[in-house]
Design a protein around this ligand. Sequence first.
Ligand code: NAI
Length: 395
Amino acid sequence: MSRELESGQRKILWVRAHMPVQRAIAARFREEQPFREHRIGMSLHLEAKTAALAVTLREGGAMLYVIESNPLATQDDVAAALAETDGITVTARRGVSEPEHKEHIERLLDTDPTLIVEDGGEVVARIAERGAPRSPSLVGLSEETTTGVEQLASLQSEGKLSIPAIAVNSARMKHLLDNRYGTGQSTWDAIMRATNLLIAGKTAAIVGYGWCGKGLAIRARGLGARVVVCEVDEIKAVEALMEGFAVAPLDRALEQADFVVTATGRPGIIAEPEIAHLKEGAVLANAGHFAFEIDRNALATKSVAMRKVREDVDAYDLPSGKTVYLLGKGELVNLSVADGHPVEIMDISFGLQALSLEHLAKHHASLEARVHPVPDEIERTVARIVLSMLSSPSQ
Ligand code: NAI
């Protein structure tokens, strides 16, 4: 067996051993086979927890076609190990170009999936462009993240959503935990792994105080940083203030920040005008879904030189004489540089995904072609499994 394959298999075994929700759901799925006759197209960050979800769905009888959802968020060893599973086809590789990623979306749609699970809304946007006849068997879709749920809402308002879609991100068991504690821990894990720098005593600017931003801010404080929040929604800015964080306009925050972390879901947050305000040595990282929050093209054009200084760290020398550092090419840092959210967090999020897909498989005929919430009973089922594990002293 190749070392890559062995490493991928070990990673999947480790996470499955720590995913009680997946194990409980998979045991029932093996009995009931809810996805018999279903082809599931999966476009998620392909690391070990995602592989565990794929295995759960396979155990429920599905055939799967798996692609990446972001260019740098695939772990090749995990992709190789997952591809060994009978009934699962994997077309994903770390570092795919934008055209290759688009080609993978086309290939996924060409398999004529009955269900789709995705992260970021790119597949559903492509379905709307291609038109209904190109995906004749599709009966439902479930979406993982804030950016994708925003995409679904905009397609629905334009009358272009042709299938029922479940907004998993909108479930309380998802955004309260995954976006907040998952992004909070894993983003700082990624920043520390990439840089090996101390956080304590430094200033961290958190741009966007939504669910992810809240987690980034509390974990930065826990690591000993002085936290400055930049938020355009004044009510959320007041909330940050009441939490004890400093709140400042972006340009003022950038002048003090040793670490700048974006989590807004909006493009061009750190673009040409902002670059001039960056402090010497500032480390820039993005936790938002797309790599457009920190404008790396603007960084490149504003710089006199650019070089790779560590794995996943690029230095940009600015004409002012300052040097700033961009992590993971501005892709979402916790997945492009580290292993993504902690295992237990993804166990919950993917528990919601597995049960939402089952709900779509069973009830699609009675569901309207619009965005649906995760049914309350599904959230409570997952919460009960989590509680039973956490409250058991022998766990
Ligand atoms: P959210 O909607 O709760 O928060 C975004 C916040 O950014 C809002 O409070 C908004 O007012 C603020 N904002 C927008 N433009 C701004 C600007 N110019 N300056 C300052 N603040 C601004 O969204 P959430 O759930 O926090 O997600 C944020 C992004 O992170 C999305 O792209 C989402 O898909 C992604 N995400 C990434 C994860 C990861 O693993 N890295 C996990 C979950 C979500």
